[in-house]
Write a protein that binds this ligand. Structure first.
Ligand code: DON
Length: 365
């Protein structure tokens, strides 16, 4: 009896063992296929272990509205006047926008006013050059080092090897424009505009008064063009490159459109509103790295310290910040500080970044 019982028991155990092995195999197979079906962003969140605040539902509309109201009355800074037309832009305009990597839009204030994109254009043109020639071409033919100096410092081109320095200061941005492959200046500009249209999902155009005003007063940028030419660090006719660069800076965007451009970076190069792939995903981290190091010129360190996000400023008052995989945060306010960075836009983005725990270096909580 004992033996029989033993035998019977062994049979049950074997069955249990077989069932257990089957169950474990089924678990791994289904877990594997579930992972394969997961959207890229969710896997990324798991890997990066984003702060909890970004994973639980927060009211982005509420945060955007709060940022707008909190800083609406700040009057620090002044509209840039070294480009005379910029001094005519109503200084009180203020808009805040978020566009997520899924294409959701949250806004407050003057988000439909078209202002000149100015230096916010620079990383996007660098992205176009990467699309055409690869990321290494930017590192080799321009450079990627921050200057710690103003955006148009001639000094930087003299003390940092290779003259053009990086694509986010004027010198490197003019070199970047000269690298856009095209048969003529018009074609080169149209390629840039077409690329910006794809990034924003809108039909953008030049604000002619701003273009004329800057073209008449851009002697310093022409000096940059000639310095680049004297050092073989420009890749088209230098004055033609300065002119196309000036036109590029005069393209009008709204805060909402700029946020879609940034959200395309946040979404790995696919415009989340139109669904079109605009930038190869391999180039996005390169662009964001340059923005992190140099997006605020001589205030890049301070910006990394406070907001902790890759971002780019423009003297027209726009700033776009990117939370990789998540969203773009945009501020627009024409009063800029001595570094040429919009005071209220900085405050609004810093506030939102802190509230969301979106700092790429960690939430510190
Ligand atoms: O070249 C210039 O001076 C202007 N078109 C752009 C400068 C700019 O936006 C500086 N950024 N804050």
């Amino acid at each position: 009896m004992e033996r029989m019982y033993e035998k019977k028991d062994n049979g049950v155990l074997r069955k249990v063992r077989v069932l257990a092995v089957l169950a474990i195999l089924t678990f791994f197979v289904s877990a594997g296929s579930a992972l394969a079906q997961m959207p890229e962003t969710i896997q990324l969140q798991k890997t990066l272990q984003l702060p909890e605040s970004l994973q639980k539902p927060v009211s982005l509309q509420k945060i955007v509205q709060e940022a707008y109201e909190k800083f609406r009355d700040v009057k620090d800074g002044a509209t840039a006047d070294y480009i005379p037309e910029l001094a005519k832009v109503p200084a009180d305009l203020f808009g805040v926008a978020i566009v997520t990597a899924k294409g959701e839009v949250y806004t407050a204030g003057d988000v439909d006013y078209a202002f000149s994109i100015q230096s916010v254009s620079k990383p996007f043109t660098a992205a176009l050059v990467m699309q055409q020639q690869g990321a290494q071409a930017i590192a080799d033919k321009i450079g990627v080092e921050p200057t710690g100096l103003k955006f148009n410092a001639i000094l930087a081109t003299q003390i940092i090897p290779q003259v053009s320095v990086n694509p986010l200061v004027n010198s490197g941005a003019i070199a970047s424009v000269s690298m856009v492959q095209a048969g003529s200046a018009d074609e080169r500009f149209n390629k840039i505009l077409g690329f910006f249209n794809d990034l924003s999902g809108a039909k953008l155009s030049v604000i002619e008064d701003v273009y004329k005003s800057e073209a008449a007063t851009n002697q310093r940028n022409r000096a940059h063009g000639y310095i680049l030419a004297a050092s073989d660090r420009i890749y088209s006719d230098p004055m033609e490159a300065v002119d196309v660069y000036t036109k590029q800076c005069s393209i009008g965007v709204t805060a909402k459109q700029l946020a879609v451009m940034g959200a395309t970076l946040a979404n790995g190069g696919v415009n989340p509103v139109t669904g079109k792939r605009v930038i190869d995903s391999q180039y996005v981290p390169k662009i964001l790295a340059i923005m992190t190091m140099a997006g605020f010129y001589n205030e890049s360190g301070q910006w990394a310290f406070t907001a902790g996000l890759p971002a780019k400023t423009g003297v027209g008052g726009g700033i776009v910040a990117v939370v990789p995989g998540e969203m773009a945060i945009v501020g627009f306010s024409p009063r800029v500080n001595a570094a040429g960075n919009s005071v209220r836009s900085m405050k609004a983005i810093e506030y939102i970044s802190t509230q969301l725990g979106a700092n790429i270096f960690g939430a510190g909580k």
